[in-house]
Design a protein around this ligand. Sequence first.
Ligand SMILES: [Zn+2]
Length: 264
Amino acid sequence: MIFDTHAHYDDEQFDIDRAELLGQMEAGGIGTIVNAGSSVASWDKIIRLTEEYPFIYGAVGVHPDEVGELDEGKITRMAELLERDKIVAVGEIGLDYYWDKEKHDLQKKWFIRQIDLAREKHMPVIIHSREAAADTMEIMKDHAAGMNAVIHCYSYSPEMAREYVKMGYFIGIGGVVTFKNSKKLKEVVREIPLESIVLETDCPYLSPEPFRGKRNSSLNLPYVVQVIADLKETTCENVIQTTDENARRLYHLEKGTMTAGGEL
Ligand SMILES: [Zn+2]
């Protein structure tokens, strides 16, 4: 079954039909979901989702747009939440020079602080990086060497993707790969091994074609799978199985964990 490595079901866009939608995952072939954290306010909602749904795991972290709200007290709270069974990563964390909501120095400071916390806790990191390619690479090299990481919603060059793969990181591929103007990302998928790719939605954002612009959910991942299978000249089944194994390596989720289809 499909593993969605990055979703935001805590988002208010799901308030009207969250339970109904999550009830359709098993029938839709979605086995496991990791809900990424974005702000401090998202953490409690994520904990509740992981308690309510056996197949949902969580990450806690603060997105670069929101790091102005961080202080050491909140880092301590994060450290406590990371002790919980179903919290499997620190994220999403990183740099965003596109929205540029917080000063670059502040973004870097809290990016590094959250990486350090993940290292202390032996946990993987979910990286958000937009128009900050060089600074992200530098920080990953200096502070996250040897750690498990995914570069989520990857948007840079094939050369840089190869470099991240060499560093042992995973590349997160979602709806964007289905867009007609996504030549560079298709090139990335062709060039890196399937063993380094994980599937993600970033829902409610980034719906694949033919639903571009509409609210996204994990149920749309088969469209992403199809495009990756075509690019890699393999079967959808192979893409689903290999990316599921990759995601389990990334998040240290082994056999015996719960999926929407029952125990793995
Ligand atoms: Zn996200």
